[in-house]
Design a protein around this ligand. Structure first.
Ligand code: HEC
Length: 230
């Protein structure tokens, strides 16, 4: 196995897949024809510095970066066997990405709830309350009880006892009562807020801000920060 292949399997294939197909639905591009579209300078700069959701790989030496770039572009010199890039990077074992267990309609193939917000008393380790978080609007519209949904992003708690969380794929931000878990408020966002909100004060007024970048889980892309005055 060539060096570039090994590095690809270890550092890249979890996202871009062993067969280079990526996970377009999760915003991870295919690298299948990267050699036709881009040159080695471009690929090398992305490996060093990253791009968008992809972090760079400062831990790789220049030789390692060179090897993986040459492998991707089918330009490895080391052996006659790898003159052009193989169709699939080879490895006895491959991490195949964060594959989800979904039913034929694309919903989680397990019993709901599919997403929850849980308050734990850290002194006792006991769950104080637990609420279903997120929904699939089309299921709710059919009268199916709120299922909850995958969520990416933490919660913030204010001194006044409010828990704010976005995180869900339904493009909403919500406030819960810290002690009871009662839903107190919710608002529509321009795109999913897969991020932890932040609370800040300016000129004596308290605000809440959340980054609405969307993109994950097949959600639409967003590029705004949305702030609310409390
Ligand atoms: C954690 C997931 C992840 C890993 C690991 C990862 N990438 Fe990426 N990669 C991405 C995402 C997401 C993008 C799209 C970035 C954007 O355009 O916003 C991307 C984009 C790229 C692009 C640009 C593709 C194009 O069409 O312009 C190249 C080249 C690339 N990655 C190479 C690599 C290489 C080489 C490695 C291993 C050293 C690697 N990636 C590891 C997620 C990843």
């Amino acid at each position: 196995m060539s060096n570039g292949n090994k590095i690809y399997i270890e550092y890249c294939s979890s996202c871009h897949k062993a067969d280079f197909s990526g996970m377009p639905q999760a915003g991870i591009p295919s690298l299948k024809d990267i050699g036709k579209r881009k040159d080695s300078l471009y690929v090398a700069s992305i490996v060093s510095q990253g791009k968008g959701m992809m972090t760079g790989f400062p831990q790789l030496t220049n030789d390692q970066k060179g090897a993986v770039v040459a492998f991707l572009l089918g330009k490895e010199k080391s052996s006659a066997l790898t003159e052009s890039r193989p169709k699939k990077a080879v490895s006895p074992y491959v991490f195949d990405g964060y594959t989800r267990f979904l039913d034929k309609n694309g919903y989680p193939a397990v019993k709901p709830p599919w997403g929850q917000l849980t308050a734990v008393n850290l002194n006792t380790g006991k769950i104080v309350w637990q609420k279903v978080l997120g929904e699939y609007k089309e299921l709710t519209a059919k009268g199916i009880p709120q299922t909850g949904a995958d969520n990416y992003g933490g919660a913030v708690v204010t001194k006044g006892g409010l828990v704010f969380i976005a995180a869900t794929k339904d493009e909403r931000i919500r406030a819960f009562d810290k002690s009871t878990g009662k839903l107190l408020w919710e608002a529509e966002l321009p795109a999913c807020g897969f991020a932890t909100p932040s609370v800040y004060e300016s000129h004596g007024k308290q605000y809440l801000v959340v980054a609405c970048g969307g993109t994950k889980l097949g959600a639409k892309k967003g590029d705004s920060y949305v702030a609310f005055a409390l």
